[in-house]
Write a protein that binds this ligand. Structure first.
Ligand code: ADP
Length: 638
């Protein structure tokens, strides 16, 4: 029998390093993680045994056994679940399956996180957390239903590598044997184990058992007591979601949340209800108080855990919830679905459809109530999940209005105080003559608030909503809320009143030839040059044509891997700015003046800077400016 030594993948090494060296204050969660893995393994075995009875190997009854051996200093968590074959164990306990691990670990190296190790919990610490308390971890496992194949032994001291070898194992399933560090031997105490299990794993639906010593009356000697070892079940196994709301304490709800979400914070909201009628099911759902780091990753696991009559079917059932509510965690227990329901069946099942519709409405209603009744708590979670919720505007046409009701935005009205405004707030405060709901997109509130695009709107005292999420323009550009169109102020032609139209016509005539020259010089860069309806102080700005994506959206589309043809924008000039009168004077004297040409290029570069881009040729830009400054000084710097 040969022993193979293999290296952990880099991300595992990094995680181990963090685990072992950070002053993590919740070390006890290692037991919760191992029990949770054991319980998942049993769920899988039970599920597979529905169609393949070999899995059972004639042994019925599922359980997780905890064995504390004080002499050896080991704590064993043993399950009779699905088990792992050699190649499975190498894969499962040598890598980390979560995507974005690298980015996340890089973030974890930062000082802020080092001082706040709780953040590791966000990652779903899993199996490797045991290295916080153990010097050596040994895993003995055998795949259920493969008695002849023998088992496998995996071992590691958490130092960058692990060994695997063939090993005998009689019972199916997995034993995780922790050789505890000297200073962590407290986890061998019966009382400690009891209390950790009560705290984190009480509702695990399989029995978690341990042999405990009890005193009994002796049958041989009357009046004498003898000590006997007896297996005791340590968890109540009560499915918390099947209990009455009034019977479940806040603490129990929170602990169950931590169990299903692997989050360490308490949830922001608990939604627990029973549906009867066309579909009978119970849902215990949670709105977390913060977003997991990977919620925007493509392979983020969506959906509550699905149970059918208390039997766990799968832990992320994405058919039960629309992706824009993917932050919702919890369980759904259906009384109508068949026990052997498969993914394929779930995709076209009417019951599932009913549950999904019902849950979607319930979650949106709950958010709506929170917005009305617990505004502060609502804004806190909105800041975490608003970005995800907005996806619903695009994907759930029938609920667009309900979703739009929930949206909040920073605005020019509340400025940098950061107070958020809803679309309703906006409509209530609209000027009578105002036609649209105006918005501006950008990446930072402070930057956007100084944007020249806002000048004319400020002048008229029109509120402009500030949109800072990448998808804002994508989901809102063709949106109408309560009969009012949403309009980006960086796109299309803007006329805030009728008088402006004639003003613009006059300016157009007045500057016609100069504008033609500008168009000619900038013909490779812009599709048009025209007088602006949005500027009052600044000289110029770039705008997208109506219907074209704005720069934010172009970035988003590129990030999604789409080809984005670069679309030319429109340069708008402010004819009221004294610069144009001077330029016109130069033009009339000498249309070929090189100064005039420089000015035109500089104007375009400035407009690029204002929208957050770089000048086309930064070196040339700065050279021209420096030259002009020198010339100005030569002339006496007036
Ligand atoms: P997670 O449980 O989040 O996937 P872990 O690091 O805790 O991450 O576990 C990694 C993988 O190892 C699991 O996904 C599972 O495939 C496997 N595994 C862990 N413990 C057991 C067990 N007791 N029985 C069977 N497989 C297990």
């Amino acid at each position: 029998m040969s022993v193979e030594r293999l290296e952990f993948k880099t991300e595992v090494k990094q995680l181990l390093d963090l685990m072992i060296h950070s002053l993590y204050s919740h070390k006890e969660v290692f037991l919760r993680e191992l029990i949770s893995n054991a319980s998942d393994a049993i769920d899988r075995a039970r599920y597979e045994s529905l169609t393949d009875s070999n899995i059972l190997e004639n042994e019925s009854g599922w359980k997780i056994k905890i064995i504390a051996d004080k002499e050896k200093g080991t704590l064993t968590i043993s399950d009779n679940g699905i088990g792992m074959a050699k190649e499975e164990i190498v894969e499962a306990l040598g890598t980390i399956a979560h995507s974005g691990t690298k980015e996340f670990l890089a973030a974890l190296q930062s000082e802020a996180v080092k001082n706040n190790p709780e953040l590791i919990g966000q990652f779903g610490v899993g199996f490797y957390s045991s290295f916080m308390v153990a010097d050596t971890i040994t895993v003995l496992s055998r795949r259920a239903g493969q008695q002849n194949g023998g088992g496998v032994k995996w071992e590691s001291t958490g130092d960058g590598s692990f060994t695997v070898e063939d090993a005998e194992k009689e019972r199916r399933g997995t034993d995780v044997i922790l050789t505890l560090r000297e200073e962590e031997k407290r986890y061998l105490d019966e009382w400690q184990i009891r209390s950790i299990i009560k705290k984190y794993s009480d509702f695990i639906e399989h029995p978690i058992v341990m042999d405990v010593e009890k005193e009994q009356d002796s049958t041989l000697q009357k009046g004498e007591k003898v000590k006997v070892k007896e297996e005791e079940t340590l968890n109540s196994m009560k499915a918390i979601w099947l209990r009455e709301r009034s019977e479940v304490s806040e603490e129990e709800y929170n602990q169950f949340y931590q169990h299903v979400s692997h989050d360490f914070t308490d949830p922001a909201k608990v939604i627990h209800y029973k549906a009867e009628g066309t579909s009978e099911f119970t849902a215990l759902l949670y709105i977390p108080s913060r977003a997991p780091y990977d919620i925007l990753f493509r392979d983020y696991k969506i959906g509550p855990t699905l149970y059918v009559k208390r039997v766990q079917i799968m832990d992320h059932c994405e058919e039960l919830i629309p992706p824009y509510l993917r932050f919702v965690k919890g369980v759904v227990d259906s009384a109508d679905l068949p026990l052997n329901v498969s993914r394929e069946i779930l995709q076209h099942n009417r019951q599932v459809e009913i549950i999904r519709t019902n849950i979607t409405k319930k979650v949106l209603d709950t958010l709506g109530d929170m917005k009305k009744e617990q505004y502060e708590a609502y804004t806190r979670i909105y800041k975490e999940f608003g970005r995800v919720l907005k996806e619903g505007l695009h994907y759930d046409f029938s609920r667009r209005e309900a979703i739009a009701d929930l949206l909040l935005f920073p605005s020019t009205k509340t400025g940098e105080e950061g107070i958020l405004r809803s679309l309703d707030d906006y409509i209530n405060d609209m000027k009578t003559e105002q036609e649209a709901i105006y918005y501006i997109t950008g990446t930072s509130l402070a930057e956007v608030l100084h944007s020249p695009y806002l000048e004319a709107f400020r002048g008229k005292d029109y509120e402009v909503l500030v949109m800072l999420d990448d998808i804002d323009d994508f989901v809102l550009s063709n949106f109408e809320y309560k009969g009012k169109k949403l309009q980006s102020i960086t796109k299309g032609d803007i006329e805030l009143d009728k008088a402006e139209k004639t003003e613009k016509e006059t300016a157009k005539k007045q500057y016609e030839k100069l504008i033609d020259l500008m168009k000619d010089i900038l013909k490779d860069d812009v599709k048009d040059v025209r007088p602006s309806g949005r500027l009052t102080d600044s000289a110029c700005c770039l705008v997208a044509d109506e219907g074209d994506p704005d720069p934010q959206m172009e970035k988003l589309l590129k990030a999604m891997g789409q080809e984005v043809p670069s679309r030319k924008r429109i340069l708008e000039i402010n004819p009221a700015h004294p610069l144009f009168a001077s330029m016109k004077a130069i033009f009339e004297k000498d249309a070929k003046s090189s100064t005039l040409h420089d000015f035109i290029r500089l104007l375009y570069d400035q407009a690029l800077i204002l929208e957050g881009s770089k000048p086309k040729d930064p070196a040339a830009f700065s050279k021209t400016i420096a030259r002009m400054m020198a010339e100005n000084i030569e002339k006496g710097g007036e």
